[in-house]
Design a protein around this ligand. Structure first.
Ligand SMILES: *[C@@H]1O[C@H](CO)[C@@H](O)[C@H](O)[C@H]1NC(C)=O
Ligand SMILES: *[C@@H]1O[C@H](CO)[C@@H](O)[C@H](O)[C@H]1NC(C)=O
Length: 379
């Protein structure tokens, strides 16, 4: 009896001490907790409560004249005829910066190769690079000369006269939306991609050909971020002030690394952008706000990696759409991704079984890669 009571007391004491310790930790780390975890929990529960974000777009409404001030930038390099008279399946905008010549070269000779897609899949794709001006005057002059030469060779740059900086990314989004509206509104799909992602264009084109045959509308795919809170810590480059965005949750959106819109969605997003305050510099969030204003929501595609980098594996190449964080390995990835042998790996019962096991290991068990969700292993 005595022993039991004693043990009970000891147990209580341990409980109490643990509680105290937890309380202490919570108090000490309250700031960080409050900023990151709590805001996520808060916004996640808010996301459950509110399915409509109409109040956000209603609050950001401005007149056409005011909105035009944001997007009233002159073209320095343009190709008005790039889509004209063509039966374009996909218009693909790669967001690049003046100095990223190497990346553009790598993209042109790998996944951005229009000719390869035309020949192997019979689909017309237009790949264009969207950019602004280098912010430093000396570099700007030098780079502008180089860009002119590059453009004379490849005819694929679209440049406006805003400074090409992180905080001007929304201007680059407006460039893409308005260029599409004026010069390529008949393209059935529009994609926006960063210049450091790998797009498995053959996989994507096959997928879009199916979608096109089915006549899809309201189509917006990528890796969906649901109920993300704005970052309120000033050190982050994603910092957004209360003044700029007073709400604690963003409408659903797909990260700017790579997403695809059908032409009806692109057109409605463009219309929305003409009457909304686009001073928020996070371009993908602004796209989310525009789409939300038009009642459009994104659909998750498990093989869009968002900010994640895909594991290198034959069984992954078969299904991947995008993978983020590449530069030097474009050529190698492209070679593997388009190798006919790769398609064979996952065919037949044994192939499928082998690939499922391999993908479970890569996506569900190993935490080295946070690219595709575990459920992608079973598709
Ligand atoms: C964005 O571009 C405009 C026009 O060039 C420029 O005035 C502004 O300073 C730029 N903003 C940033 C944050 O670079
Ligand atoms: C747009 O929003 C910003 C706050 O981020 C505000 O300072 C600005 O006045 C707004 N513009 C218009 C035209 O309402």
């Amino acid at each position: 009896m005595f022993v039991n009571v004693h043990r009970l007391r000891k147990c209580r004491l341990r409980h109490l001490m643990t509680m105290c310790f937890v309380m202490l930790m919570v108090t000490v780390y309250w700031e960080t907790l409050d900023n990151s975890i709590l805001s996520h929990i808060k916004s996640y529960s808010l996301r459950r409560l509110f399915t409509s974000f109409d109040y956000i777009s209603a609050n950001l409404k401005i007149s056409h004249e005011e909105a035009r001030k944001f997007s009233n930038h002159r073209y320095l390099i343009n190709h008005e005829q790039k889509c004209a008279g063509q039966n374009v399946l996909l218009l693909l905008f790669v967001k690049t910066s003046p100095e990223n010549f190497e990346r553009r070269q790598a993209i042109r000779s790998t996944w951005g190769n229009e000719v390869y897609i035309e020949e192997t899949l019979g689909a017309t794709v237009r790949v264009l690079f969207a950019l602004g001006l280098h912010p430093q005057p000396v570099q700007r002059r030098k780079l502008q000369r180089q860009l002119q030469e590059e453009n004379e060779r490849y005819h694929d740059l679209i440049q406006q006269d805003f400074f090409d900086t992180f905080h001007n990314l929304t201007l680059k989004l407006l460039l893409q939306m308005s260029w599409t509206h004026f010069y390529c509104c008949h393209a059935r799909f529009l994609m926006s991609a960063d210049d450091d992602i790998f797009v498995h264009l053959p996989n994507l084109i096959r997928y879009l050909q199916e979608a096109d045959k089915a006549g899809v509308k309201d189509f917006w795919i990528g890796k969906v971020h649901r109920g993300s809170p704005p970052v309120r810590s000033k050190e982050s480059k994603y910092y957004v002030s209360q003044e700029m965005y007073p709400w604690s949750i963003y409408p659903d959106y797909t990260p700017g690394a790579g997403y695809v819109l059908s032409k009806d969605v692109a057109s409605r997003v463009y219309q929305a952008s003409l009457t909304l305050n686009s001073s928020i510099h996070i371009d993908d969030v602004f796209l989310g706000i525009c789409a939300n204003a038009m009642g459009i929501s994104p659909q998750d595609h498990v093989f869009f990696s968002g900010e994640g980098r895909a594991p290198y594996h034959l069984c992954i190449y078969n299904q991947m759409m995008t993978s983020h964080g590449h530069e030097e390995d474009f050529h190698e990835l492209w070679r593997h991704a388009t190798d006919p042998e790769v398609q064979k790996v996952s065919s037949g019962l044994f192939g499928r079984l082998y690939c499922t096991v391999a993908k479970v290991r890569l996506l569900c068990i190993s935490h080295l890669f946070v690219s595709y969700p575990c459920k992608a292993a079973f598709l």
